[in-house]
Design a protein around this ligand. Structure first.
Ligand SMILES: Nc1ncnc2c1ncn2[C@@H]1O[C@H](COP(=O)(O)OP(=O)(O)OP(=O)(O)O)[C@@H](O)[C@H]1O
Length: 338
């Protein structure tokens, strides 16, 4: 059995449908109406030990709700979750020892306590022995620079400091499954880099990671598997590189020539490609289907009409893949990835 298993996982939220104002509140008192929101809709997901999975989707797609269901914070409306065979909603303490959760938008540090005290409370709660605790603190300090934050109270931390301290709090008990929900949101680039490096270390040590992020740079080079959710349903579950290869067919070649050549001339040399003017009059941008043409053939074709001085090729990014899934271009069916 996989380390993390969700079967037909569903969460329906019910909230009062209350007309605005006092009159509306009074009316709601006598005739209560509710609206239902299906936040997670029949999600099946299996994550093996050691996998790093990217969980992406547009705003309101159901990502955070899934993470809350997988960690036992929320009770599913139907379906079930198992973490190493245990149901997190029932075996709370046993599962809490195995998982770490970081919500980028919310802290789990105590507002009025110095970070050191928050971490010590968590240490005692999880029964982490002193030597292991000190070793982990040192490591967090080495990679995340948390040492300088120890004496600062939760409320005084800047966002970047808060995230680093929260990561330490999420991992102080050495969980083997970690859910990271928007872990780099609002961080400056230097802190992002440190945090990403830390995630790579975690993954390389065999920690199972599920990462939710709108910042696709968090995902590239970190997660092998991509899971996409939209309106509560999984619309894609597969290998990130494979899907990039299969669906991001377009290659973009930027080429500069010694002499000016009209785009039409280049276009005639490259039937099927889309040729537009580049960043300077000596550059052209050529979009082509990589299954129809190789980059070498494209460069050779331009060389036939002018002397090529320089070129570069843009690889398709994960943004392309996700954009295509959202636009319905990349439709997944039961006999493809899902
Ligand atoms: N406690 C709640 N009560 C009612 N509706 C909720 C609750 N929590 C989430 N929702 C709704 O469920 C849907 C999914 O929300 P969720 O936060 O899981 O999305 P998300 O994919 O994490 O979005 P984002 O990327 O914006 O954080 C949204 O329509 C949201 O408004």
């Amino acid at each position: 059995m996989a380390l993390v298993e969700a079967r037909r996982l569903t969460k329906v939220f019910r909230r009062p449908d209350k007309p605005p104002g006092l009159a509306g509140s009074l009316r709601h008192l006598v005739s209560r109406k509710y609206v239902e929101k299906v936040a997670v809709d029949g999600v099946d997901l299996s994550i093996e030990a050691g996998e790093a999975v990217a969980y992406v989707g547009p705003n309101g797609a159901g990502k955070s709700t899934t993470v809350k269901l997988l960690s036992g914070i929320l009770e599913p409306t139907s379906g079930e979750v198992r973490i190493d065979g245990m149901v997190p909603q029932r075996e709370r303490m046993a599962v809490a020892h195995r998982i770490g959760v970081l919500f980028g938008q919310r802290t789990q540090l105590w507002w009025d306590l110095p970070v050191a005290d928050s971490l010590a409370v968590l240490r005692d709660l999880y029964g982490v022995d002193r030597a292991t605790y000190e070793k982990r603190l040192k490591r967090f300090d080495d990679v995340l620079g948390t040492g300088e934050l120890m004496a600062v109270t939760g409320r005084k931390l800047s966002l970047g400091q808060r995230m680093r301290a929260d990561l330490a709090a999420a991992l102080i008990h050495g969980p083997d499954v970690v859910y990271l929900d928007e872990p780099t949101i609002g961080l400056d680039l230097a802190v992002k880099d440190r945090v990403r490096e830390f995630f790579r270390d975690l993954r390389d040590e065999g920690t199972t990671v599920m990462l939710t992020s709108h910042d696709l740079a968090d995902i590239e080079g970190f997660c092998k598997r991509l899971v996409i959710i939209d309106e509560g349903r999984l619309v894609f579950d597969g290998d990130l590189e494979a899907v990039k290869d299969e669906f991001a067919r377009e290659r973009i070649l930027h080429v500069s020539t010694e002499q000016r050549v009209a785009s039409d001339v280049v276009r005639d040399a490259l039937p099927g490609a889309v040729v537009t003017a580049g960043e300077t009059p000596l550059w052209h941008t050529i979009r082509f289907d990589r299954f129809a043409l190789t980059a070498g053939q494209a460069v050779a074709a331009v060389s036939g009409v002018a002397t090529v001085v320089d070129f570069r090729i843009d690889e398709p990014g994960i943004e392309d893949v996700i954009r295509r899934v959202y636009s319905g271009d990349l439709l997944l069916t039961s006999d493809s990835a899902l």
